[in-house]
Ligand binder design. Structure first.
Ligand SMILES: Cc1cc2nc3c(=O)[nH]c(=O)nc-3n(C[C@H](O)[C@H](O)[C@H](O)COP(=O)(O)OP(=O)(O)OC[C@H]3O[C@@H](n4cnc5c(N)ncnc54)[C@H](O)[C@@H]3O)c2cc1C
Length: 491
């Protein structure tokens, strides 16, 4: 089948692979964009990720919105990077294989007194240079989105906003970076670091080490701990949870654009989001929590989400809910903290990357590349850098004619493993051979287990394919690595 870009991503203990010029700690959307950007130069770059796969942190559970550039004042770095990042998505989509759609964003005001805030957002958008932003009358906003409540009094429209599948975006970036020579080490939890001469020695919990001249801290919720390990600035990343409802793709309440309420002081509010793959998200909440691993959802919060969504899109129905989940924002200050450390040498902080971190991430890659250059990293363009990752066929998108052609070559294309999302055995095998060897990795790469039955029918089939392709025993197959084993022997 296809190339194996992650298959050797976990070299054995003590495999140093020589010295690296740059080591990136954390492979969410920030680390992945930095890695891909650096892959265009003749330097040696490594990514160190503590999870079993990439995009298993905050980058896996968020709203997936490419924001429109009007929510934040341009005095903030995050506002500048949001605008720049937004504009970079079309080129990235031409080069890489990930779902992205510029469906536009609406802010709906349900009371006359909310129109004042909408006008302020409009002015901010204009000052930020948002292309095509419109202040809308009731008629115009209902024309743009007929599923909105008839109580809507007006709103805002930003045509350049969009949707992206965040994990597929990270997978594509990492595949591209690795194709261009970047090394990825997963299950590599950085626990210690030592500086000798102009080199950092970075230690993982399991005893592996690598050496690098420059280190980038893109560790998300744990950037505070990583900074401490390197003797960098002391700060605290706080966690703010956001809970969601996921609605089936057959829901009648799917809007054509992302629908925002008028924002509050702490969050952009609870939204109705038509995901790029056809399902609908409602949420997120915004609640400070102490435990950075608490991804639980609660009935109370979900009630609140539903009520809030229904005020904007009245046709939302509980019958269409297929699951709930939560994501956790890494909160530092109002703005992103992206700077060379003043305390730790050759160490760059990429911390506090809360929303709009996904939107801004391509620009974060560019910004960090420039910081590293300013810090003395010699960046010479790599001859033969290849920006392209091929689009892989997806059964659910193929015409019967094209599917037949694939089945004639390989019968696994005709064996539908996930009936809800229409994913074939061939696509599961491809994911596993690319290195996504946990159930969640397969889910994020293929969408199998993401549909109406939430894996009820296909999980055991996927486990069997993982076992067949990897040689893992049933006791070793995990949901997301570590101790998350699914099947235990009965005592
Ligand atoms: C509810 C919610 C909704 C959001 N919606 C949007 C949106 O619609 N649009 C938008 O633009 N942004 C959105 N965001 C923000 C966006 O998701 C984040 O800004 C972005 O995902 C942060 O990416 P990151 O790479 O910085 O962090 P992460 O994705 O968390 O990556 C950090 C990585 O570091 C790894 N790591 C941690 N410690 C170590 C260690 N010691 N050693 C090795 N690796 C380590 C982690 O395992 C993780 O993979 C949302 C966030 C949330 C929570």
């Amino acid at each position: 089948m296809s190339i194996s870009y992650l298959a050797n991503h976990n070299p054995g203990p003590k495999d140093l692979n020589g010295d690296y010029d740059a080591a990136i700690i954390g492979c969410g959307v920030s680390g992945a964009n930095i890695a891909r950007r650096l892959s265009a130069y003749t330097i040696k770059t490594a990514i160190l990720e503590k999870a079993a796969d990439v995009s298993f942190g905050t980058s896996k559970a968020n709203s997936g919105i490419v924001h429109g550039g009007f929510h934040h004042n341009k005095k903030y770095l995050k506002a500048k990077l949001e605008i720049q990042g937004n504009l970079m998505f079309d080129q990235l989509r031409r080069e890489l294989d990930f779902p992205f759609k510029r469906c536009g964003i609406i802010v709906a005001a349900l009371h006359e007194d909310e129109m004042k805030s909408v006008e302020q957002l409009y002015v901010q958008g204009v000052e930020n240079g948002v292309i095509g932003i419109e202040l809308c009358s009731r008629e115009r906003i209902l024309e743009l989105e007929p599923k909105l409540s008839q109580d809507t009094v007006g709103g805002l429209y930003a045509p350049g906003g969009g949707m992206v599948e965040p994990y597929r975006f990270v997978f594509a970036l990492v595949e591209s970076a690795m194709k261009n020579g970047v090394h990825l080490y997963t299950d590599f939890k950085v626990t210690a670091a030592r500086r000798e001469g102009d080199l950092w020695t970075v230690h993982a919990e399991d005893g592996r080490t690598i050496k690098a001249r420059y280190v980038i801290n893109a560790a998300g919720l744990y950037a505070d701990e990583v900074s401490k390990i390197f003797g960098g600035e002391e700060f605290t990343i706080k966690a703010r949870k956001g809970e969601y409802f996921l609605m089936d793709r057959l829901t009648k309440a799917c809007p054509g654009r992302v629908v925002f309420p008028v924002p509050t002081a702490v969050s952009k509010g609870m939204l109705v989001i038509p995901t790029v793959e056809g399902t609908v998200l409602v949420g997120p909440t915004a609640d400070a929590i102490d435990d950075k691993t608490d991804y639980s959802t609660t009935a109370d919060q979900l009630e609140q989400i539903f009520d809030s969504g229904k005020t904007m899109i009245p046709s939302l129905s509980r019958n269409d809910v297929i699951t709930s989940f939560a994501g956790i924002r890494p909160i530092l200050e109002e703005d992103f903290y992206i700077e060379p450390s003043k305390k730790a040498p050759a160490f760059v902080q990429v911390a506090g990357i809360q929303s709009p971190g996904l939107t801004a991430s391509p620009a974060v890659g560019e910004y960090v590349k420039d910081l590293l250059k300013g810090m003395g990293l010699n960046l010479t363009e790599k001859p033969g850098w290849d920006p392209f990752v091929e689009d892989r066929p997806k059964t659910r998108e193929l015409s019967p004619y094209d599917l037949d052609k694939l089945i004639a070559k390989e019968s696994a294309w005709g064996n539908i493993v996930c009936r809800c999302e229409h994913v074939s055995e061939a696509e599961i095998v491809q994911a596993v051979r690319l290195g996504h060897q946990t159930l969640d990795g397969v889910k994020y790469f293929t969408r199998a287990q993401m549909g109406r039955c939430q894996g009820g029918f296909c999980t055991y089939k996927i486990i069997k394919i993982i076992m067949r392709e990897t040689g893992l025993s049933w006791k070793e197959v995990t949901k997301h690595g570590g101790a998350s084993r699914l099947l235990e022997a009965q005592l």
